[in-house]
Design a protein around this ligand. Sequence first.
Ligand code: CMC
Length: 377
Amino acid sequence: MTNAEYSPGLEGVIAAPSTVSYLDLEKEEIVVRGYDLIELAQKRSYLETAYLVIHGHLPDERETMAFGERLKEESALPKGAYSVLEALPRQTNAMDALRTGISLLASYESPEVLQDNSTAANLIKGLRIMAKGPVLACNAYHAMKGQPFVPADPKLGFIENVLWMVHGKQPDQESTEALDLIFTCYIEHEMPNSTFAARVIASTLSDIYGAITGAVASLKGPLHGGANEAAAMMLLDILKQGGPSKAEEYIMDMRSRHERVMGFGHRVYMRRYDPRAYLLKDYIPKFTHKKPEGEELYAIYRTVEEVMFRETKLYPNADYPIGFLLYLLDIPIPLFTPLFLCARIPGLVAHVVEQHADNRLFRPRVLYQGPRGLHPA
Ligand code: CMC
């Protein structure tokens, strides 16, 4: 193996053939099952897009209804799951609690079903994970806060239920539409670290629960999904430090300490605008009224973006506007990354199905740089 074959971080390496999605840089398009994700986000609901991602075609009305009903039927958590959430130490990170919860769900499948990696079995298990994901995420958060659990309400739609379980009150239409858009933007994104992690695990013929549990651990990292929380916290910190007039200095200080500004830059887009971030930035002004500090934070948001572009030529990725939007929707910050994971479950399911259906074990090599020829005494 030579240096020429080694690509740090596997940059530019094609890891698998796929029919799920593709980042077409030339056309600036996120191709999802043949459609442009941005157009889907503008014209179709999260549920319809989830069906497309998982099944490969856009559903008709009947299929959408049946899909929504199946999700409702599968949304109840096993009783034991609530006991496990309650037993976790209160200091548990919300992503870690979600990871534990998804891992736990595997124990409620019969060994035969759990081990069955056929497409039919994976689609059934995948739907269960998608249905229970937000219930786990929101209630893990409540458990950590010592708050009462809020199970899913069968009268509500999938996205409405997420807001219901976060806030424990009937969501308004404006917030539901915004969260639907955010979830659709997050639904699938080719081969990020978490999807790769899921496929690597699935490639050993391990089950879909294990693959998605691994993806949760990957997505937690601040270089990946954790960036949405970090971006929102930075905006709030700038507000605390003096507001919009301090934003430029704050970023310049970060740059002088060689710190990364979360929510900027992307391995694949590099110095291009992430189409999801481009779409979502126009939605922000519609939601700033939801928080008293919304307008001030928006001024900070814009200054940070301007300074980052001037200094680094880096654009925001999706986590920058989404971190801000989730804050404006009054979602608690520790839930940002768990909800990103929930939104991504259809994409993860589609990739695990694809991996199991045409599997080859992932087993790369190293560029060995250690000693050789040593002998024990
Ligand atoms: N802030 C400041 N400088 C940055 C940033 C940033 N956010 N991102 C990249 N750079 C600089 C980096 O310091 C380096 O500069 P130099 O060449 O002078 O050393 C150059 O840009 C290239 O960076 P890199 O780390 O080699 O690029 P990468 O492809 O490994 O990084 C990234 C991609 C996403 C890890 C990185 O841009 C980053 O750390 N961003 C902040 C975290 C973030 O927002 N993550 C969410 C990613 S997008 C959604 C997803 O896929 O989950």
